[in-house]
Design a protein around this ligand. Structure first.
Ligand code: PLP
Length: 285
């Protein structure tokens, strides 16, 4: 089945889906993105992803090049045209195409919008969740506004590659005070020995993950004790459980950190329960 991609108002075959070399996303990383899960042909948490997109755009003063209602049509049409059941939709808005100059382009420059979709077999994530993943820790090297979901992801790219080279699936950034900020593409959580579910509070130093919000709702419904505070790597190593959340991973148990076993090296019941409950607390459209 051939994939199609939405590029600035047109549907293109995947192999021919292109933006101009002077697109500011390509030249400066001057753009934002969203990744939305698709389950059973429906978008998961479209409303919250759209809200976060609008916030990222407004922080960078990039206008959305079409009404929100039209964007929703494009997102659903991307799923439909690609005959997708399960996977992800990727959306990117950049400041548009203009002669290379660091300052903003002339008023009226049209932002670029690209929407693509990728199938992912849910059985793969489910199998990984049964064994859990390894993470490595690295010093935080990102800019001070990672709450903006910007396409400029160089530190995340390097961190993910470092993880891969050490046989791990994710990297956790650690701030100057020794506290975990978040993963290279996920939010980080632990379950302490006293059964507290701990995750870092939102601020400019982490992305406000949509899955993080859904897991908070699931935790409240499950009467878990949720504490939003930073935690250290040592705390994570001593924790009963650790896990990460992201639209593409839902809730993914972490069983090793820097080569040391967490929670006996096997996924724990809290992560499993939150993963099982996740889609009951998400919105479908
Ligand atoms: N933090 C970072 C740096 C991310 O890249 C992501 C997702 O890609 C997340 C957190 C999780 O966000 P969400 O749950 O909205 O997918």
């Amino acid at each position: 089945m051939s994939r199609v991609v939405y590029v600035n108002g047109q549907w293109r075959p995947h192999r021919a889906a292109m933006v101009h070399v002077e697109d500011r996303g390509y030249q400066f990383g001057d753009g934002v993105y969203e990744v939305c899960e698709v389950q059973g042909g429906r978008l998961v948490d479209e409303r919250r992803h759209t809200e976060r997109l609008l916030r990222s755009l407004s922080e960078l003063r990039i206008p959305l090049p079409l009404p929100v209602s039209a964007l929703s049509v494009v997102l659903h049409e991307t799923v439909r045209r690609n005959r997708m059941s399960d996977g992800i939709v990727y959306l990117q808005v950049t400041r548009g195409v203009a002669r290379r100059d660091h300052g903003f382009p002339p008023a009226g420059t049209r932002p670029s919008l690209v929407v693509s979709a990728r199938r992912i077999d849910p059985a793969i994530g489910a199998a990984t969740a049964r064994t859990g993943i390894a993470v490595v820790t690295l010093p935080e090297t990102r800019w001070a506004r990672v709450d903006i979901k910007a396409v400029a992801l160089l530190p995340n790219v390097l961190a993910k590659q470092a993880a891969r080279e050490q046989g791990a699936r994710e990297a956790w950034f650690v701030d100057r005070d020794g506290f975990v900020t978040e993963g290279a593409s996920s939010n980080a959580w632990i379950v302490t020995a006293t059964d507290e579910l701990v995750t870092r509070p939102v601020g400019p130093d982490i992305l406000r993950g949509i899955s993080r919000e859904v897991v908070k709702d699931a935790a409240r419904a499950g009467r878990l004790t949720l504490v939003e505070r930073p935690f250290t790597v040592a705390e994570a190593l001593a924790a009963r459980e650790a896990f990460v959340t992201a639209a593409s991973q839902i809730v993914m148990p972490v069983v090793r950190i820097d080569g040391h076993a967490v929670g006996g090296g096997v996924p724990g019941p809290v992560a499993a329960a939150l993963r099982a409950a996740f889609h009951r607390h998400a919105e479908f459209s």
